[in-house]
Write a protein of this length. Sequence first.
Length: 495
Amino acid sequence: MLAVHNLTMEFPGVKALDGVNLSFQAGKVNALLGENGAGKSTLLKILSGVNQGYQGEIRMQDQVIAFADTKASQEAGIAIIHQELNLFPNLSISENLFLGKEITNSWGLLDQAAMDRMCVELLAQVGVDASPATLVGDLKLSEQQLVEIAKALHSQASVILMDEPTSALSDQEIDRLHALIRRWQADGKTIVYISHKMEELFRITEYYHVLRDGKSIASGEMKDTSEAELIAFMVGRNVIIEPKTQSFARETLALEVKHLTLAASDSKPRLQNIQFKAYQGEMLGLYGLMGAGRTELLETLFGMHASKASMDIQIHGKSCSIQCPSDAIKHQMAFVTEDRKKDGLVMEQALAFNISLPSLGIWDGLQPANEANLAEKYRQDLRIKSASIEQLCGKLSGGNQQKVILAKWLATKPTILLLDEPTRGIDIQAKDEIYQLMKQIAAEGTCILFASSEIPEIVALADRVLVMSQGQIQAELSGSSLNSTHLLKEALPTL
């Protein structure tokens, strides 16, 4: 259905693709694997008409094709679900779904009623319960991801490129998406699927294609390979993610929260009577299905919803008031947000700017030389792959962007570190590096409170887990009870 031959793409100082040869079969789900920076997203951008100026050729049904822009790719029958969502936050869901594909009546005017009806049907298929008139910017990240998937569903494309489509989705939403993919398969559509979740790849894909450093490394059928072999293809060596072995001493209290409540627009609180303790050196996990309130809890602790929230909070035994993020930072708290692009980084600014940004208020400004030294220190310590500290963050891979966010907060010397989906959308080796960093930070005495939708990640890293459901803490799990069965059982909403 779709193939590339000797595809090469160069950017200043970087050869993103180097003679890549791949073939994707019609009616099959093809896994495209590789570390961040291996060339996967560049390949998808070429196939979707975003990038031009490459060498080599693209063949679709054995015909050589080239795309001058994204519209040409769409007209050829290719749709893409971007990892970094390609939505307009100031437009409604309906306007986003029908942008460039508007339905008009016999008078040539927009038929908004018809678009809204079709929008409701598409949203129902992907599991979004929202009005077509809802602004996309008012949706949670997971809901925006599902709207992006609904756009592909509406496109009627014959080839669907999926770049980390489940990175922000719950297990239930992933199951729904996989059911849609099976339906697309039955209709003969070709799926190219990028994901760093190995269990998911073995469940949904039939063929694999591995890129490393911009080159084609291996291809084959998923049934003939193993997770260890695929990881070795991707990184050139075996990577084993070890669980946390060193337990913390529950002696020194770092954080105590009582009576935390967050109001919602309706009569029901978004969070209700949250109470917990966290200790120095502890990795305290937060788990729950979509809408459980994990992100809202972390944001409230960091002072992002002060006008709608109330809580009694003690940090290192002292009562304090957190009315805004700057208050939280003054109390040595740091927050790595879920959405790197929107909330975590200034993408059009350099590493040095981003890493030093939160420290400016603490140190009353930084001299340029000190800013450069700070940025270079964390670039080296966290092994951030970049040309220099002056490279724009928007030009980095997802894993390296995540390291920059960690670096900017570690530079503030926090004693409490809040992490929301700390490894969302990054490759297995970058995950391992971040896991090792989390373990090191905890071993040095920092209290880490992290939310994750990946059960293996929670089980491997957390000393304890607070399971959330419907805005409340449903259970606390540790020791032998901390396993996938108990996590899912406690996370399911009660009737």
